[in-house]
Design a protein around this ligand. Structure first.
Ligand code: HEM
Length: 393
């Protein structure tokens, strides 16, 4: 097996697909020695592992950077196991239920139209920037933050997640931005303790939430705000922009979607499969397990290569082809098991509405291929700039 795989290798991150294929075919449980970490690349293995609560814990982190640093992790839903995870997820789950999210359709449509208005006049829109703004305003409403507050946190997050060629993981500027996010958000939490946002927002819920009479601390609420801001704004923009990008690469499928907007959700779903934005997440092993003839030991980490799993030919025929005609019975685009994406109905609705509104407002556009840009970190990937040009209104 080629040892081209390393989660921090820039060459790998720039084009992971051939390496993923070799891993799936030749060494589906692959050991990255210097990180004492295993990588699972096949669909079935990632699915089983996501559902396996006996051998894995999320309490030591779910992203590689967190898993590689020992020591206590922030106490937030994403890093919890049952029973705490269940209680925390149940506290906010109803806000993200399919029928609750469906009520937002008009708000999202109005929001998208108003954010598109200036671009329609100028003749150019960056689809990623548009989707980010829609998503940020929407997740701010869910969390209970003002737009200016979340926009400030987002701008610092962009510095935190920026990766420099030749530098592994977070840069020194990124670490500084992380400190600033902490200070700023902790001050917000103290302020919201005095003047809570309205009922029905997550901060309101978190301020009242208690397990066995013990309320959430400021730090716990801070990290909950942090994790929902990240998850609620990053991925959706990458998949929406990616959909416009990949449809431009496939003119026949683009024509089909243009002729029938009911196909938009399938195009969005296919992008989430084909270019899975949360390309790798993981867990810490708590009990030895055997897989593909290897022993994965307690104390080691296991990475779930979601992006590879979603390109597994064992699950998806012609997996390396972008085909909006797919109706796969199973997908890992939004994860599986107890940590499956809480925001998946929201993400699908946001993607659908942004694309519907773009297509309705702009009869013809040209994707500026030369200016499209891809981002990749050790856990996130996708198209982060997809400018389109068209006749101004
Ligand atoms: C296309 C967009 C999205 C994709 C592809 C995506 C993908 C995923 C995946 C793969 C997981 C599983 C993580 C794991 O097993 O460790 C996950 C979890 C999660 N997602 Fe999403 N997500 C998207 C949008 C969103 C949105 C809009 C939100 C806003 C609330 C969100 C919030 C979360 C949270 C909080 C979790 C952790 C759930 C838990 O720990 O129980 N995601 N997402």
């Amino acid at each position: 097996m080629s040892n081209d795989y390393h989660p921090f290798s820039e060459a790998f991150l720039a084009n992971p697909w051939p390496v993923f294929r070799r891993m799936r075919d030749e060494e589906p449980a692959y050991f990255v020695e210097d990180l004492n970490t295993w990588a699972l690349s096949r669909f079935e293995d990632v699915l089983q592992a996501s559902n396996d609560r006996t051998h894995f814990t999320a309490t030591m982190g779910t992203s590689i950077d967190m898993l590689l640093v020992d020591g206590p992790k922030p106490s937030a839903m994403v890093f919890m196991d049952p029973p705490e995870h269940t209680l925390h997820k149940n506290a906010v789950n109803r806000l993200y239920a399919k029928n609750a999210v469906a009520l937002l359709e008009d708000t999202l449509r109005t929001r998208t139209r108003s954010l598109m208005a200036a671009g329609l006049e100028s003749g150019e829109i960056d689809v990623h920037a548009l989707a980010t703004e829609v998503a940020l305003r929407t997740i701010a409403d869910f969390i209970g933050l003002q737009y200016a507050e979340i926009a400030h946190i987002r701008s610092l997050l962009d510095v935190f997640y920026h990766r420099e060629p030749g530098h592994r993981g977070t840069t020194p500027q990124g670490m500084k931005a992380f400190g600033e996010i902490y200070e700023y958000t902790m001050a917000l939490v103290r302020q919201y303790r005095r003047n809570p946002p309205p009922p029905g927002t997550q901060i309101h819920t978190w301020l009242e939430f208690a397990i066995d009479g013990k309320q959430m601390t400021d730090e716990e609420i801070y990290f909950s705000i942090f994790s929902f801001t990240v998850t609620g704004s990053d991925t959706i923009a990458l998949v929406t922009a990616g959909t416009v990008y990949y449809l431009a690469q496939h003119p026949q499928q683009y024509a089909e979607v243009r002729a029938d907007h009911a196909l938009i959700p399938y195009a969005f779903a296919e992008t989430a499969r084909y270019d899975q934005p949360t390309n790798v997440l993981g867990r810490r092993v708590v009990a030895d397990l055997e897989l593909h003839g290897k022993t994965i030991s307690a104390g080691q980490n296991v990475m779930f290569l979601f992006a590879s799993a979603n390109r597994d030919e064992r699950e998806f025929p012609e997996a390396d082809q972008y085909q909006i005609s797919r109706r796969p019975p199973r997908t890992l685009a939004f994860g599986a098991g107890i940590h499956a994406c809480i925001g998946q109905h929201l993400a699908r609705l946001e993607g659908k509405i942004i694309l519907e509104e773009l297509f309705a407002a702009i009869p013809e556009y040209e994707v500026q291929q030369q200016r499209c840009r891809r981002t990749f970190t050790e856990f996130l990937q996708g198209y982060c700039e997809v400018p389109i040009r068209f006749r101004p209104r």
